[in-house]
Write a protein that binds this ligand. Structure first.
Ligand code: C2E
Ligand code: MG
Ligand code: MG
Length: 710
């Protein structure tokens, strides 16, 4: 295994050996210091004695050599002493150095151990590489993370070998770019995101940081496993830009796509796109009557059906609720978008079967083509929404291509809302009354109160135009209160006129929002006591939707109403999803079969005819009355009679009548009742006489009166 550091310890060892060769250190003696001088002096004495014996002393010839010997010995001694001193100093320095080397070596060993321990225990998969990116050392975390053995990779593999192809190419490019524009930061530490493929073939998301080892060409490369983080990041991104229920892109993502498409269309001539805004018809009814769980299932099945019908490149998004938006990109012309809308509508025709319920979910489409005049995606969506709104107004399963005149219509609608707010104070409403008759005798047994808005500039506005606005704005509460009060007072007035010769009832439409108000019962009771109308003569018409909402509350309220004598009629029956078993629990007086079924009862095999027959039979079984709504022809009349339908309301008998006409009708009823105390007044079905106004001439269709009203 290579060492982490260059061993400077080794170089110090050589120096030490050189000193050892010089022999051991010995203490300096006096002999060492003056030995040579003594020897020189002794040699001089010996020489002098020898010369004195051999020949008479010539002081000068003797003195010169003796002096020379003495000088040489003293000088040599001096040199030797200096050498000794130097040697001693050197030895001392060596000893100090040796100690320092030993200490340094120990420190380095400790440091190396520390680094090795940090390297091993860092918890991050880390490798040390050489200049060619080959791994020279890997820590055990890396071995474990990469699922490889040390001998397989050290000095054999590059860390690049662990990356997937695209990461490898990208990081190589990033590194070469960084080398060309070298900065201190990029030199010190570089971080890359990559896909790491382990030895056993698993893919992990990693964050790689490469740091150079100072003063060498080696690098420390560490790999942080961010797979879970990446997954969470992807989830957060997905949640931010997708609808939780269907998984489809949401508004934010769709708007981004649309903005990009708009840019592309501006750059490329001949590049066209269209936006389709769609909304499930009567989704609210489905959701409220069958429950939110079925509503959710329907949204899922609906979006799957749309997706299946669209091309892969078409962008489908859910904007919330039952609103979906489609971006058709790169289309040849506007016809293509129309064909797609047509195809989608055909696909949506068959019912969805959810938990045993067959649910029809047609949709209305608003379509906008790119005209190049739009500045931003919001404008396109605004217009597509407006077009969809108008498609809805045309009826079910319609589509509407946006054109600028729709803006004017929307402005008009806003104006209507503003006017509606003022209408209550200005007393602009009036009630019309449509007679409800006994089928077999044609006897008038009651009336439905139907509101009209007498607009100062637009004339009489029908309820279908302004009731939805009133419901949306909450104005339905004061308007509904006015209707109840007016209807009760009107009937009381008429009833007083004919005394008890002919008891009538008035049926008042109660909107869903009104019905769910907590103090409705008190409000009605107060109106009844003020007007003096007996509760038995008031019927409340509520739709199935209102009935299905907040079921516990509804049951309690209906029971209280029943206790106080007021009767409940289910209006537009057959258009909602109320279950018969639920209706059975409620003390309901009358079912009003929706006029859409009556108008479509054209021939014997007709599906609607069977539905009407079933409703009538079931209602009788549940001991309820049935009113056929919208009876217009004699054929419908006779078919319904054959089905034993007892009550009807429709243009065949009478259109809704203004108060003046009602006063007249009441007078006729009274006159007839006075003359025929045992018979009831009836309207003549249109066509039964040459007189076109059925209310103008009383007629008795059958002398045998039959009143199965409870
Ligand atoms: P609805 O309660 O189902 O009332 C019956 C509607 O059918 C009335 O329309 C009536 O004029 C129409 N109609 C009756 N017989 C025939 C027929 O033979 N042929 C055709 N084509 N139509 C017939 P109108 O008065 O326009 O009312 C529409 C709806 O407005 C009502 O439907 C009801 O839902 C709502 N509405 C009316 N007055 C009020 C009110 O005072 N309060 C509330 N909340 N809604 C009201
Ligand atoms: Mg009604
Ligand atoms: Mg109705």
């Amino acid at each position: 295994m290579p060492r982490l550091h260059q061993p400077s310890v080794y170089r110090m060892g050589k120096l030490q050996q050189a000193f050892k060769k010089a022999g051991p250190e010995r203490p300096t003696t006096i002999l060492d210091k003056i030995g040579l001088i003594i020897i020189g002096t002794a040699a001089s004495i010996l020489y002098y004695s020898f010369e004195a014996i051999v020949s008479p002393v010539d002081s000068l010839s003797v003195a010169i050599p003796v002096g020379a010997i003495l000088i040489i010995s003293v000088f040599t001694q001096y040199l030797l002493n200096n050498i000794n001193r130097s040697q001693q100093a050197l030895r001392q320095a060596n000893t100090t150095l040796e100690t320092k080397v030993r200490e340094r070596t120990a420190e380095l060993r400790q440091s190396e151990n520390n680094y090795r321990s940090i390297f091993e225990n860092t918890g991050t998969a880390t490798v040390i590489t050489d200049a060619s990116e080959t791994i020279s050392l890997a820590n055990s975390t890396f071995l474990e993370f990469s699922a490889t053995a040390r001998q397989e990779i050290e000095n054999r593999k590059s860390w690049f070998d662990f990356l997937d192809d695209s990461s490898r190419l990208r990081i190589a490019a990033e590194m070469s770019e960084a080398r060309q524009s070298e900065t201190e930061i990029s030199e010190a530490l570089r971080i890359h995101e990559a896909a790491f493929v382990t030895g056993d073939g698993n893919r992990r998301d990693v964050l790689i940081s490469c740091a150079p080892v100072t003063g060498s060409e080696r690098k420390v490369v560490s790999f942080a496993d961010v797979t879970r983080l990446k997954k969470a990041e992807k989830q957060v991104y997905h949640q931010a830009f997708h609808d939780a229920l269907t998984g489809l892109p949401n508004r934010a993502l769709f708007m981004e796509h649309l903005a990009m498409t708009m840019k592309r269309a501006r750059r490329r001539s001949g590049y066209h796109y269209a936006v389709l805004y769609l909304d499930i018809d009567r989704f609210k009814v489905i959701n409220e009557s069958l429950g939110h769980n079925i509503g959710d299932q329907l949204l899922l099945a609906f979006s799957a059906r749309l997706r299946k019908t669209l091309r892969d490149i078409d962008n489908l998004a859910r904007f919330g609720g039952d609103e979906f938006v489609i971006l058709l990109e790169d289309i040849e012309n506007s016809d293509f978008a129309l064909k797609v809308a047509q195809r989608l509508q055909n696909e949506l025709k068959p019912p969805f079967t959810l938990e045993g319920n067959e649910i029809y979910a047609p949709a209305s489409f608003g379509i906008v083509f790119d005209t190049g005049s739009y500045e931003g995606p919001e404008e396109i969506i605004r217009d597509a929404d407006a077009a969809m709104y108008h498609a809805k107004e045309k009826g079910r399963a319609q589509f509407q291509v946006f054109d600028p005149t729709l803006h004017a219509k929307i402005r008009e609608l806003h104006q209507l809302e503003t006017d509606l707010r003022k209408s209550i104070d200005r007393d602009e409403f009036e009630l019309h009354y449509q007679p409800i008759v006994s089928m077999d005798s044609g006897a008038v047994i009651g009336f439905e109160a139907l509101i009209r808005w007498n607009h100062p500039t637009r004339g009489l506005i029908p309820p279908d135009t302004f009731i939805p606005i009133a419901e949306e704005t909450g104005l339905i509460i004061p308007i509904g209160h006015w209707v109840l009060k007016e209807a009760c007072y009107d009937l009381m007035r008429w009833q007083n006129r004919i005394q008890n010769r002919h008891p009538l009832f008035v049926s008042v439409n109660i909107s869903c929002k009104q019905f769910l108000r907590p103090n409705l019962l008190e409000e009605i009771q107060q109106i009844l006591s003020e007007s003096g109308l007996p509760p038995e003569q008031l019927k409340l018409e509520i739709t199935e939707t209102a009935l299905m909402e907040n079921t516990d509350e509804t049951i309690r309220l209906i029971e209280q109403l029943k206790k106080s004598g007021i009767k409940i009629v289910i209006d537009d029956f057959g258009t909602g999803y109320s279950s018969m078993s639920y209706l059975q629990q409620l003390p309901i007086d009358t079912l009003k079969v929706d006029r859409s079924f009556i108008s479509k009862m054209s021939h014997a095999t007709d599906e609607n005819k069977k539905i009407v027959e079933t409703i009538i039979a079931l209602a009788h079984e549940l001991n309820m009355n049935v009113v056929a709504e919208g009876v217009e022809t004699r054929e419908q009349h006779s078919v319904l009679t054959g089905m034993k339908c007892q009550l009807a309301q429709g243009f065949l008998f009478s259109r809704p009548l203004q108060k003046e006409k009602m006063d007249e009708l009441i007078k006729n009823i009274d006159r007839f009742a006075c003359l025929n105390p045992n018979l009831h007044y009836s309207t003549r079905p249109v066509g039964a006489s040459s007189n076109s106004d059925p209310a103008s001439k009383p007629a008795v269709n059958s002398p045998k009166l039959h009143y199965p009203i409870k």
